[in-house]
Design a protein around this ligand. Structure first.
Ligand code: ADP
Ligand code: MG
Length: 309
């Protein structure tokens, strides 16, 4: 079942068209990652999904509810965590959660239970009395997530939840997000501009310049790439230059050949035949050779014509 269906969505700011015909489906019960560089339209897409702004064209449904016609119902199903912190830094975690729960109209019993569940789940019970301003980035982010979870949303939108965290904390947070999906059978949609995070998602959506350029599981995207990646590292630059000229004549129209310092990298569907040929011709001049499946960075480049750092 799909939680979110987006069809030909357009949205423009005064001077700029931020979403240019976005088509997207989000499957329930998994983590879908929306991967794209800064400025590609991720946050704008979340603003539309969370009913903060209305689509200018197209259809957007959350559990079959139209965001334009039924914004209140959509909001009751969605929890959203934007990039900027929303907790009061001068209040404790618990005070923040209590205040938010009260504003939402939660009764005492439900509120106490949900706060306790959240604190336990994210390992924050012992820190409940700490002011938010003294927490590390990772812990503050977890407190934000507990706040969003208080309404028990069916689908959670997390806009770059790991931004500003160090690699270790990013990994920890992803581990917890995966656990959350499993234990609560939730649907998570997570944006990121970091390629390293792509493999944490069961489904990936590539966004670039306000358009979706590819969607699928990381495995399927790699399988559908249609080529393998060969790399040859030469001993000397002159040999690499000679080989490069020859390889370019051998390469097919869809192949991508790049030389970086002493290494030639070649994406080709005829990898077996071509690697044999290169090794036969330049074997003694090559000191390293690899042959493998494409990475998600390769797929992203193929689909969007640009790299993600
Ligand atoms: P991302 O979240 O992927 O970084 P955004 O959705 O924030 O991308 O931005 C998409 C495009 O819309 C960018 O070119 C950005 O400059 C522009 N944009 C975003 N927010 C605003 C705004 N409030 N006013 C005007 N332009 C905006
Ligand atoms: Mg953004």
């Amino acid at each position: 079942m799909n939680s979110i269906e987006v069809n030909d969505l357009h949205f423009s700011y005064a001077k700029e068209e931020a979403l240019k015909g976005v088509n997207l489906s989000v499957r329930s019960g998994i983590i879908t990652g929306i991967l794209g560089p800064n400025g590609s339209g991720k946050s704008t897409l979340f603003k539309v999904l969370s009913t903060q702004v209305k689509p200018h064209k197209g259809k957007v449904e959350v559990f079959g509810l139209d965001v334009t016609k039924n914004p209140a119902e959509v909001r009751s199903k969605i929890g959203i965590c934007f990039q900027s912190p929303s907790l009061d830094p001068h209040m404790s975690i618990e005070e923040n959660l209590n205040l938010h729960g009260r504003l939402m109209g939660l009764g005492t019993d439900a509120l106490v239970k949900r706060i306790q569940w959240g604190l336990d789940f994210f390992g924050l019970s012992a820190r409940r009395k700490d002011r938010v301003k003294i927490l590390s980035g990772g812990l503050a982010r977890r407190a934000e997530l507990i706040k969003v979870l208080l309404s028990e949303p069916e689908v959670m939108l997390l806009d770059e939840p790991t931004s500003g965290l160090d690699p270790g904390s990013r990994l920890d947070l992803w581990t917890e997000l995966k656990k959350l999906v499993k234990e609560k059978s939730m649907t998570l949609v997570v944006t990121t501009h970091m390629m390293e995070e792509a493999d944490f998602c069961e489904e990936l959506v590539f966004i670039s310049d306000g358009q979706i350029r590819g969607q699928g599981s990381p495995d399927l995207l790699k399988k559908n790439f249609g080529a393998e990646v060969l790399t040859f590292k030469f001993n000397a630059d002159s040999d690499a230059q000679n080989a490069l000229a020859k390889i370019k004549t051998l390469a097919g129209g869809e192949d991508r050949v790049r030389k970086t310092e002493l290494q030639i990298r070649w994406e080709t569907p005829r990898s077996k035949e071509m690697s044999t040929l290169v090794l036969e011709n330049w074997g003694p001049q090559i000191n390293e050779f690899t042959w493998g499946r494409p990475s998600l960075s390769d797929v992203y480049f193929q689909k969007t014509g640009r790299s993600l750092s």
